[in-house]
Write a protein that binds this ligand. Structure first.
Ligand SMILES: [Zn+2]
Length: 236
């Protein structure tokens, strides 16, 4: 791993470069503000510096975000008082000793009733609750988005929800199936909608070619707002 540097405006941005067997270049800003770039093994260093420079504004934005919300993106502890998101809104966890297992939204709190307050159990209960709500919410949004995309010849795909580390969504073109990251339930509905539209358009145009964006722009002209939001937050 080597360290390089780009300049954005008057700011110097150092970053660590990790080369691996991959096809694309990925820039990550960590919650501590450090920057890591993952690049294909044989990609020319000048090309890498050029691409990272173009992402300068985005890097600064993410650094500022983590300064404002230093705890976001840190490992969750699943204890009372900790902030968790649901559909883009912030709630605090309230762990309540009880004889039964139950999760419910009450005021600004996600109440977790449990006989066992260990963090593994709380995480499991919370994610079971997230899954239940994601099944409903994502299907409801998919129904609405289908009304718009079906006139472009896109058929309703099978939808699967799972926890993913790196991506908000993906699609299997030849199986007419889309996968959505369960973590999307933490983001505002317009972001869930964007990821669904993004994958639905892929069912027609597999890659990010111009044709892809032409169609996405017709279907969801304001998609950039959602993309920016998703890029500004840590996945897990
Ligand atoms: Zn895509």
């Amino acid at each position: 791993m080597k360290t390089y540097e780009i300049t954005y405006g008057h700011q110097k941005i150092p970053f660590k470069l990790v080369r691996s067997k991959r096809k694309t270049l990925e820039t990550r800003v960590k919650p501590d503000g450090s920057v890591e770039v993952r690049a294909p093994i044989d990609l020319d260093i000048n090309k890498i510096l050029e691409v990272v420079s173009k992402r300068g504004r985005w890097i600064i934005k993410k650094k500022v975000h983590f300064q404002q919300y230093p705890k976001e993106g840190l490992k969750k502890r699943y204890v009372s008082g900790e902030t968790h998101r649901y559909l883009g809104k912030q709630y605090r966890l309230k762990i309540i000793a009880s004889e039964e297992y139950r999760v419910k939204l009450k005021g600004g709190f996600i109440e977790i009733h449990t006989p066992d307050p260990s963090s593994e159990i709380i995480e499991e209960l919370l994610y079971n609750w997230y899954t239940e709500h994601a099944e409903m919410k994502f299907n409801q949004i998919l129904d609405n988005t289908m009304k718009i995309v079906k006139k472009h010849g896109i058929k309703r795909p099978e939808m699967k929800i799972k926890r993913m580390k790196r991506r908000w969504g993906s699609c299997i073109h030849n199986k007419n199936r889309i996968h959505l990251n369960l973590e999307l339930i933490r983001t505002p509905p317009y972001c869930i909608e964007y990821v669904i539209f993004h994958e639905l358009v892929h069912l027609k145009v597999p890659n990010h070619q111009q044709k892809y964006y032409d169609l996405l722009n017709i279907i969801l002209p304001e998609w950039k707002k959602s993309k920016n939001y998703l890029e500004s937050i840590e996945m897990v």
